[in-house]
Each structure stands twice: as structure tokens, then as C-alpha cells.
Design a protein around this ligand. Structure first.
Ligand code: AMP
Length: 395
């Protein structure tokens, strides 16, 4: 796996695919600069060696050139974070980009305009990728969030750098963290899978059954498993067409010696609302008119025991409808268990969309070993897929 350490960037122009797809408010101020901060170590390392840096990214989902999606809006924030004035090319290809790249001196940083102003980016157009490639001497991919897409800047471009290509610090760390969980993991390994639906997590479940000792299944998925085993789930979210599949997962888990832990009690509500009436009920006997929206206290005690005994923990998906305060208790408790286990020496990886949002919202970010930056990309890796953006560098 080639990383920055394999190159000397002195007097070289590094063209880096970063993920600067940051949220902006109505006045085009960056409201969360996490992604820019995350790319800083890679950029700093290259500048420190006497190289220069050309940054390329997408922003939003523009249809053609749309002013509101211009990366010029983030220039000030990027300059502040990087501590150097970031130059800007008003197009990512063509004469403007070529001139700006050609004039770049060691220690300088150039940001190219939104890649997605050209349809060729997402189409993975080879000629477009070649034009981007012509701007730099070494290609660095540091964008995990788009590594599962075979776009021009994330994948296709790599072919124009047969040897001069590597992972940036952030992407290398993502891969390393996932490998720590899926490949070189210290046992016992526990995966916590929550979220809303079995159907969206099924491939993940199947793939990681081979890699874990314990699997905690929570969130909305709970009820498909409970109904499949003859329980009464009331009005809880349930995928009736996945009951057989749920039984098959339980059978497979048994065969593979994986212990499955499902909530035994839930906080049931008489409405999908923060102000609904609630009661703690047995997960197998949820009354009609009531729906399970969070894990109950007995379930949490069971989960705590499993988590505290684990040496490797993967967390994907909330245990309840954490967006509503009344049903956030389970997700917060889980975060606390994982934080405590991590403090005890376990390795914990959190990733995949909503769980990252939950971890940030409840302040657990610094208490986990690693919080992944890529939602979809992380899920695809957990599904056992080889991401095109990663494969292109390893090639
Ligand atoms: P996912 O995107 O599949 O990870 O699902 C995340 C969503 O699942 C969150 O928005 C939660 O509100 C939702 N969720 C978690 N538990 C439940 C539940 N018991 N019933 C309905 N939705 C849930």
C-alpha cells in the first residue's frame, strides 16, 4: 500500500483528490469544516517537503455550472485552516487550470473549481481524467467519501500515474482502521448494527458474520428478527418480506458460532413522536397501537456486558430513533459503553452515516478509536467490496 512516505515531494506538484464537499449556509459560509481539517495532514506533509499542492474536489450535486456550488466559497476557510493563501482556478480543466498549475511554486496550494461542473467527472471520462492528470506529477487520493465511485478524479485518473500514485494520510488511516476490524482483529470482535432496515444492512451482516464473535442487532431491524421468531411487534417498523431472511441469518450465525444479541425489551411509543406516551415492554409482546423506538434497560445491560468484554468493536447504525430525545437513550448508552471499553484498551471503529452523526451529536467523537469519514464507502467496504478508488491506487 503506497502512502506519502514512499515519495519525495520536493519540487513536485501533487494533485490530490480531497473531499471538500462541506455544508454551506445561505451566505456561503462553511458551517462544518471537518472535511477540510481532515485533509490538512496530507497537504502539510507535502508542503513541508517542498512540494506544491493542487486540490480537486466536488461540492454538492450541481447540474452543470451553478454559482452556488462554486468551491470559491470555501477559499477563505481553507486558507485559514491550511495557514497558506489558497489560490483558485475557476475551472478544473482547460487553459485556466493549466496556467495556474504551471505557475505553482513549491509551498503553494491551488484549489480547482468543482469537478462536477463537468459531467465527465461522474461519467468517469478518460479524456477528462487525462486532462486532470496532466496538471500534477504525483496523484494522491485522500477522499474516502468518494472512494466507492469510479469517477474521473477518484479512480480513472490513477491510470495516468502508473507508479506516481499513493493514498493520502486520511484514506490510509481509513483503510488501516477497517483492516484492524475486519482482518487483523483482536478477539472477541463485536459488531453493533442498528439503523432502520434489514434490507439495507443485509450484505453487511452476511459479510461480517465470518469476522465477528458477537453481533448486536438493534434499531428498527430488531422487529423483523422478533416477528420472524414468533413475537408480536405491534406497530413497530418491520419488513414482512425479510422474515425468512432474518431466520436464515440466525441459522447462519449459529453455524458460524457467532452470538447474536437482540433487544429483549424496548421503549414503545403510541406515536412516532417525541411527545408520545411511552412504556417499557417485552420485545416479544408489543401491544397493538404501540411501536418500539428504542432499546430498553435490560437490553442495554446485556449489550454493556458484551461491549465491555470485547477487544474490537465496530459500530454502524443507531439503537433507536436518536433524532428524538425521548428515544436517544439507547444510542447514548451504547456510545458510553463503547467509550468505556475503548478506554479499557479495545479498538473501536464507528462508521456509516447516522452513527457518525450520533457520535458527534452526543460528544463521543474523541472517545472512539476511529470515526470514519465515509458513509457509503464504509458500508461498501463492510460488505466486502473492493472500492474502485482504492483498487486504482493498489493496481
Ligand atoms: P440507517 O440509515 O439504516 O442506519 O438508519 C438510521 C435511522 O434508523 C435513524 O434515522 C433512526 O431514527 C432509525 N431508527 C432506529 N431505530 C428505529 C426504530 N426502532 N424504528 C424506526 N426507525 C428507527
Amino acid at each position: 500500500m503506497k502512502t506519502l512516505k514512499d515519495f519525495n515531494f520536493k519540487n513536485k506538484k501533487a494533485i490530490i483528490r480531497v473531499d471538500f464537499n462541506v455544508p454551506l449556509d445561505e451566505n456561503f459560509n462553511v458551517t462544518d469544516a471537518t472535511r477540510i481539517e481532515a485533509a490538512k495532514p496530507t497537504i502539510d506533509a507535502i508542503l513541508a517537503q517542498g512540494g506544491s499542492v493542487i486540490l480537486m474536489s466536488h461540492l454538492g450535486r450541481p447540474k452543470g455550472v451553478e454559482e452556488k456550488y462554486s468551491l470559491k466559497h470555501i477559499l477563505k476557510t481553507a486558507s485559514d485552516i491550511l495557514g497558506v493563501p489558497v489560490q483558485f482556478a475557476s475551472d478544473c480543466v482547460g487553459e485556466v487550470a493549466k496556467d495556474a498549475a504551471a505557475n505553482l511554486k513549491p509551498g503553494e496550494v491551488l484549489l480547482l473549481e468543482n469537478l462536477r461542473f463537468h459531467v465527465e467527472e461522474e461519467a468517469g471520462d478518460v479524456a477528462f481524467a487525462k486532462e486532470l492528470a496532466s496538471l500534477g506529477d504525483i496523484y494522491v487520493n485522500d477522499a474516502f467519501g468518494t472512494a466507492h465511485r469510479a469517477h474521473a478524479s477518484t479512480t480513472i485518473i490513477a491510470q495516468f500515474f502508473p507508479n506516481e500514485k499513493c493514498f493520502g494520510t486520511l484514506l490510509a488511516k481509513e483503510i488501516e482502521s477497517l483492516n484492524k476490524v475486519l482482518k487483523n482483529s483482536e478477539k472477541p470482535v463485536t459488531a453493533v448494527l442498528g439503523g432502520s432496515k434489514v434490507s439495507s444492512k443485509i450484505t453487511v451482516i452476511e459479510n461480517i458474520l465470518d469476522k465477528v464473535d458477537h453481533m448486536i442487532i438493534g434499531g428498527g431491524m430488531t422487529f423483523t428478527f422478533i416477528k420472524a421468531q414468533g413475537g408480536k411487534v405491534g406497530d413497530s417498523i418491520c419488513e414482512d418480506d425479510k422474515l425468512e431472511l432474518a431466520l436464515e441469518i440466525l441459522r447462519l450465525a449459529k453455524e458460524k458460532g457467532v452470538q447474536i444479541h437482540i433487544p429483549v425489551d424496548v421503549i414503545a411509543a403510541d406515536d412516532f413522536s417525541n411527545t408520545a406516551n411511552t412504556q417499557v415492554v417485552d420485545v416479544y409482546a408489543i401491544p397493538d397501537g404501540w411501536q418500539g423506538l428504542d432499546a430498553g434497560p435490560k437490553s442495554l445491560a446485556n449489550f454493556e456486558k458484551v461491549i465491555m468484554e470485547s477487544k474490537t468493536i465496530l459500530w454502524n447504525g443507531p439503537l433507536g430513533v436518536f433524532e428524538m430525545e425521548s428515544f436517544a437513550t439507547g444510542t447514548i448508552a451504547l456510545g458510553e459503553f463503547i467509550a468505556a471499553s475503548t478506554a479499557n484498551g479495545a479498538f473501536s471503529l464507528v462508521g456509516g452515516g447516522d452513527s457518525v452523526a450520533a457520535v458527534k451529536q452526543f460528544g463521543f467523537e474523541d472517545k472512539m478509536s476511529y470515526v470514519s469519514t465515509g458513509g457509503g464507502a464504509m458500508l461498501e467496504m463492510l460488505e466486502g467490496r473492493v472500492l474502485p478508488g482504492i483498487a486504482a491506487i493498489l493496481d
